[in-house]
Design a binder for this molecule. Structure first.
Ligand code: PLP
Length: 441
């Protein structure tokens, strides 16, 4: 075996998620330690972390404050039953989070991941309307190219066609068009054109009727599909239309929450407040799995006011690992770091440099579009005949050989710089991508 001590049967035993298992197991890319902006692989090579893990380690790896907080927590209280019992840190973390969120988004329901948080938000939305006596409002409106995790609700409201090829239909959902207009290619930041695409909601409602629709779910900036910043005015228009037609607006901020946009949320950055916000990833800096739904108080109150007798459960929903003590400890320490190290202003300050260097790839071989916002960047590559996903994979593998982890997915490459990235690191990863593009047919 080339670069590790694992046996073939160990490699075979693990069915890896979202991975080309057969290709990986021929020549495993094994990461064995991490610090700051770098991984070390099993051969001892330093690998620059060009996606902050999976968009979740923005404050850098192995932050001593988080290591200490989690170590202390596991010694003091490793687990409690998540239902009907509490521990102090979940309440402290919930208040910290709500203090950072706009307006009256001030009630937090914890989950174990982004996908679980999406399902939670969808169930909350449906149940909310039932509690209000409007039980016909069950359908959801998502958006083409939207990614909302992997569970059945999430893939149904998501706009990724191949999910339906493999998994079939899920819950009842229809979709807005995506906002990648041909004229917006290579626009830096938010495109001027495209707000009108939100109006398509009214066409969907003309068929569905709002009396059957629970809500609209979008990522304020689509991430996993290859970074699609919202056109100027688009989210505001969606908000207006949801108000007009009595629909809940749900923002999936699993990637945009807690700093990547240069604000604590996409809602804050883009000036539009949803009714429910889904978060995960960066809350714990990736150290312990955690997700959450942040609800407007009116939604929480609706459940409390219609919950029956006090001993009864108002929302029969939750996970064994909701508000896990280790996740809460990691969350509190991560938020401390964001504040203490002023990482949100730091993202704002370095983003223009990232934008400039990223867009220097315009004109490079195979590149047909580049998009960015905050410290997120997406590069679309022209498809090899019949194989749209091939070139991004090949380029990412060339980057890996050069010591850079760059994510690939569909026909895109994706970058999510650590919040403390330096200009020379941005230069290096973009140079590596530029060279790799030239090395691929
Ligand atoms: N929603 C969005 C916008 C995401 O980007 C992701 C993951 O990338 C998810 C949901 C799912 O989160 P998880 O992988 O933690 O289940």
């Amino acid at each position: 075996m080339a670069n590790c001590d694992l046996t073939q049967s160990q490699l075979d035993a693990h069915w890896m998620p979202f991975s080309s298992n057969r290709e990986f197991k021929k020549d495993p890319r094994l990461l064995v330690s991490a610090e700051g902006h770098y991984y070390t692989d099993a051969d001892g090579r330093k690998i620059f972390d060009g996606l902050s893990g999976l968009w979740n380690c923005g404050a850098g790896h192995a932050r001593p404050e988080i290591v200490e907080a989690v170590s202390q927590q596991v010694k003091q209280l490793d687990y409690i039953p998540a239902f009907q019992y509490g521990h102090p840190k979940s309440f402290q973390l919930a208040e910290r989070i709500t203090d950072l969120m706009p307006d009256d988004l001030n009630r937090v329901f914890f989950t174990g991941s982004g996908s679980e948080a999406v399902e939670t938000a969808l169930k909350m939305a449906r149940a909310y309307w039932r509690k209000k006596g409007q039980g016909t409002k069950t359908r959801f409106i998502g958006r083409a190219k939207g990614y909302h995790g992997v569970n059945f609700g999430g893939i149904s409201v998501g706009g990724i066609g191949p999910n339906r090829v493999l998994y079939g239909q899920g819950i009842d959902a229809v979709h807005l068009p995506h906002t990648m207009l041909p004229d917006n290619k290579f626009v830096q930041g938010m495109p001027d054109d495209g707000a009108h695409l939100a109006d398509y909601l009214e066409e969907l409602l003309a068929v569905s009727d709002a009396s059957n629709v629970a809500g609209v779910i979008v990522e304020p900036m689509a991430g996993s599909i290859g970074v699609i910043p919202p056109p100027k005015g688009y989210l505001k228009r969606l908000r207006e239309l949801c108000d007009k037609h009595n629909l809940l607006l749900i923002f999936d901020e699993v990637i945009t929450g807690f700093g990547r946009m240069g604000s604590y949320s996409g809602a804050e950055e883009f000036g539009v407040t949803p009714d429910l916000m889904v978060v995960a990833k960066q809350i714990t800096n990736g150290v312990v799995p955690m997700g959450g739904v942040i609800a407007k108080q009116e939604i929480y109150d609706t459940f409390m006011d219609n919950g029956g007798k006090d001993y009864m459960i108002e929302l029969p929903h939750g996970y064994t690992y909701s508000a896990h003590p280790l996740a809460c400890a990691a969350g509190l320490a991560s938020l401390d770091i964001l504040e203490k190290d002023q990482l949100i202003p730091r993202v704002k300050q370095i983003s223009p440099k990232f934008e400039e260097i990223l867009h220097s790839l315009k004109g490079s071989r195979h590149v047909t579009d580049i998009r960015n916002y905050g410290l997120a960047g997406g590069i679309t590559l022209e498809s090899a005949p019949g194989e749209p996903a091939l070139r991004p994979y090949q380029v990412a593998m060339k980057c890996w050989e050069k010591g850079f982890y760059v994510r690939y997915g569909g026909d895109t490459l994706q970058l999510g710089m650590p919040f403390t990235v330096e200009t020379d690191e941005i230069d290096s990863v973009i140079n590596a991508i530029g060279e790799s593009l030239n090395e691929v047919d």
